[in-house]
Design a protein around this ligand. Sequence first.
Ligand code: XIL
Length: 365
Amino acid sequence: MRVRALAGVVLLATMTLAGTPATAAPPAAPTALPAAAGPTSTGPAATGLRTVADRAGLRIGTAVDMAALAGDAPYRAAVAREFSTVTAENVMKWEAVEPQRGVHDWAAADRLVDFARANRQKVRGHTLVWHNQNPSWVNEQAFTPEQLRAVLRKHIIDEVSHFRGRVWHWDVVNEVFNDDGTWRDTIWLRNLGQGYVADAFRWAHQADPQAKLFLNDYNNEGVNAKSDAYYALVKQLKAAGVPVQGYGVQGHLAVQYGVPGDTLTNLRRFEKLGLQTAFTEVDVRMPLPADPIKVQAQAQGFTALLQACLLADRCVSYTVWGFTDRYSWVPGVFDGQGSATPLDENLTPKPAYAALRDTLAVAGR
Ligand code: XIL
């Protein structure tokens, strides 16, 4: 079981949170990283993240790139060896599973679920309701609000039913609020009003009563306007009997912005409302080129969130949004930034990898 009495306290200043993604970034420059003890130093089975996380009673996960899983054997081996949960980086998103109205393509997502089963991994389903990566037929067709509600309901029921019994957590609604705590202006809010959130959770629960249902967002690690908005929303949903069971913290950090010092306080207040918590998409990017202090700050960012999870009472999983820079989404989205994952392009561990492993090992003692 999890040892909660960790002695270490991370002294990281509270700073402003992650910035706005820019577009059209150049590919990541090769980075010179200090050597770190890797998964092969004393045998992967003995020291891989998965083994130490198991001992600590925590599920450790990664987002999975399906092309890499199919074509890159060392990547595939690392997904199986290092992680006890997987999240589809893209293939469970609506545009992937229903590219044309009424025409479903579950093939890639099924492959991930099969891989997870073969490797005794849980699956985090990501994501049912979002403003990004919706099929063009949803965005472009002129639906009345009533029609759109029926379209959304059908999507949720179809997808959750398809994976019924095989998905552990669903990120039911992704990125509901702006950073200032106001409701994000999306096709769902505009047409359906705020009630779309409660509806989505009810429909998902109806389709798979066993799956744990999560809200999920970024810049919601600490206590701030955005997490306050979630806190108020969860209270409302709970009071109305809506089946919301988890608060997902994506955890897209950047070394230049630091880590919010009140992350644990924030997790705890959601746990007091009866929710589980999870880190769902952790990465810690940096302005390129990398240098030793950025690399050190990155390791601290990864471990600060992990420590918060281990110190919390109901933080059930910690997922990184990709574990190698070979496939990270960061350089394509954040101009001039990269090196955001624990392993470099050659799958060589950075200090962040050893720091995660060491923290899990301490928790599992
Ligand atoms: C990203 C994927 O990593 C990219 O491959 C894709 O092009 C865009 O989406 N928050 C989320 C994730 O909830 O779904 C996003 O994933 C990253 C930000």
